[in-house]
Design a protein around this ligand. Structure first.
Ligand code: FMN
Length: 199
């Protein structure tokens, strides 16, 4: 059982990836194994889209970034502007990196809009995806979603092509790929406060 602790300690968030693909069979294995994750009520409602299409990942990664960036993008989004009116021209002016860091594979995690544990399930699943990936020497990073960003015509078309239906909402992502420069050392966990042990 000690191996799992090594994986746990050696997983790091990777934000730069080698330009080489992960074998399909390995991606499938990671995703299937992650589906053993605990989930609320064992309803298993989470749906994953594994996207290797770099052009789509680049577009959605930028859109996701821009929608979040609206908070500090006052010239385009003065207070009160509806961020859902973001356009593809806006994205072209957004010179920030895409939220998925050009990873060769992005796993999009969706769960039902009306499910109260949807986010909790997505985060548990995405963390397990990252741990399992590390077990196979694949790097990863979780990307959180505070706001549904599928707001442009093109993104809605992509969503419709993915055939999840209207009841599902994006909750999180796990980007996967081989880390450029290898895995960094573990982050120092110097803020650890021993818990209060009772009884
Ligand atoms: C709920 C959650 C959301 C996160 N969202 C992002 C994100 O949007 N972008 C990102 O680069 N990293 C994100 N991370 C990764 C954290 O920044 C990272 O885990 C933390 O800095 C510790 O570093 P480590 O993962 O390398 O140990 C997220 C992690 C969690 C648990």
């Amino acid at each position: 059982m000690s191996d799992i602790i090594d994986v746990f300690k050696e997983r790091r968030s990777i934000r730069a990836y080698e330009d080489r693909p992960i074998e399909d069979a390995l991606v499938e294995k990671i995703v299937q194994e992650a589906y053993y994750s605990p989930n609320a009520g064992n309803k298993q409602l989470l749906r994953m889209v594994v996207c290797k299409d770099r052009e789509i990942n680049d577009y959605l990664g930028k859109l996701r970034h821009a929608v979040t960036n609206r908070f500090w993008w006052p010239e385009r989004f003065p207070e009160g502007t509806d961020y859902r009116k973001i356009t593809d021209e806006d994205l072209a002016t957004d010179d920030t990196v895409n939220s998925f860091y050009d990873a060769p594979v992005v796993v999009y995690l969706f769960s039902p809009k009306e499910f109260e544990f949807a986010e909790a399930d997505a985060y548990i699943m995405s963390n397990n995806l990252c741990l399992i990936a590390r077990n196979y020497d694949v790097g990863s990073v979780i990307d959180s979603v505070a706001t549904d960003y599928f707001v442009t015509e093109r993104s809605r078309q992509i969503l419709s092509d993915w055939k999840l239906g209207d009841d599902y909402s994006i909750r999180a992502h796990a980007s996967l790929g081989y880390p450029k420069g290898g895995f960094p050392d573990p982050v120092p966990h110097d803020k650890y406060e021993p818990p209060l042990f009772v009884g």
